[in-house]
Design a protein around this ligand. Structure first.
Ligand SMILES: Nc1ncnc2c1ncn2[C@@H]1O[C@H](COP(=O)(O)OP(=O)(O)O)[C@@H](O)[C@H]1O
Ligand SMILES: [Mg+2]
Length: 303
């Protein structure tokens, strides 16, 4: 069997103070994969990512990077990984160029190599024209790209990105997806995200953590296929409790982005629901199931 880029076995993490952030996690990531770690706040995503990236020690368990025991020998693997931490922000008084070049130098590149790689990364990131602008004067999306650029100059075969798109507006987020799609051509990427549509677009595989355990691990398509529902009907958010209660007899009532939705299992239930809605003159729309539906159902125990 080929050596995995990352192999995590029985990893447990208990922080001082007693919080058990991870309770026995197993994860194997093949070279070339893009894995999205998802899950609610506090699920343990950052803890797992930092342990895999040799920034934090597990309380117990093994982490191997490229077949090397990364708990015992972190120095043997650090030059093959790059990390963009969740809370990272570029220095507001320095330029994009400065960040990439200096980081390249700090990671051991010679001047010429640091120059070439910084230029290459800034061009891919569409930052070349603005390479000398201090990051204070860049938009949030561009600032985030500066951090990705720092990871890019390392040309590390394994990248860890903790919520690279959180806080970005929808356009900047989509632009970031293009950048991330580029990255996956050269590296194995493990990223955390709250956005299921992002995981659906980017990831070969989605790993959902909840309370320190992996509760789902598969391709987006296969996860969606395990749902016991055929489709969902989005309802009008002006519906009162009583109407919702009556409609919920046709399927499973949930809330999605502030709107009530009903997941229906069978064709008959669907027909019944559509008839009931039409008879009452309620507006609605029928949608295919997405990874977000899987996520909501998995975490609310509705499977
Ligand atoms: N340095 C720390 N000390 C104590 N508890 C921590 C620390 N960092 C995280 N935690 C706790 O561990 C759990 C998992 O946190 P985290 O890994 O940051 O989750 P996520 O990234 O999924 O939001 C949470 O309950 C959090 O409060
Ligand atoms: Mg986190």
């Amino acid at each position: 069997m080929e050596v995995a880029s990352l192999e995590v076995r029985c990893v447990q993490k208990r922080y001082r103070g007693g919080v058990e952030a991870l309770s026995g996690v197993d994860l194997r990531v093949e070279t070339g994969a893009v894995v999205c770690l998802a899950g609610p706040n506090g699920a343990g995503k950052t803890t797992l990512l930092r342990i895999c990236a040799t920034q934090l020690l597990p309380t117990s368990g093994d982490v191997c990077l490229f077949g090397v025991d990364a708990v015992r020998h972190p120095d043997k693997v650090r030059d093959r990984i790059a990390v963009v931490p969740q809370e990272a922000r570029p220095d507001p008084d320095r330029s994009a160029w400065h960040h990439l070049y200096q980081y390249g130098r700090a990671r051991g590149l010679g001047r010429a190599e640091a120059n070439t790689r910084s230029e290459g990364a800034l061009k891919i990131l569409d930052l070349w024209e603005r390479k000398d602008v201090i990051t204070r004067d860049l938009s949030g999306g561009l600032r985030q790209r500066v951090l990705i650029g720092m990871a890019m100059v390392t040309e590390a075969p394994l990248l860890f990105l903790d919520e690279p798109t959180t806080g970005l507006d929808p356009v900047a987020r989509r632009e970031m997806w293009q950048v991330l799609t580029r990255l996956r051509q050269q590296s194995t990427v493990i990223l955390t995200t709250h956005y299921m549509e992002e995981a659906e677009v980017l990831a070969h595989r989605v790993v959902i953590l909840d309370e320190g355990r992996i509760v789902a691990d598969d391709s987006p398509r296969k996860l969606v296929a395990t749902l016991p529902y055929r489709s969902k009907i989005l309802l009008d958010d002006s519906l009162d409790e009583q109407s919702l209660a009556a409609l919920s007899t046709h399927g499973r009532l949930e809330e999605l982005a502030g709107r009530p939705v009903i997941y229906v299992r069978e064709e008959d239930a669907m027909t019944g629901l559509v008839e009931a809605l039409t008879a009452r003159n309620h507006s609605f729309s029928v949608s295919p199931l997405t990874l977000e539906d899987y996520y909501i159902n998995a975490l609310r125990g509705g499977k």
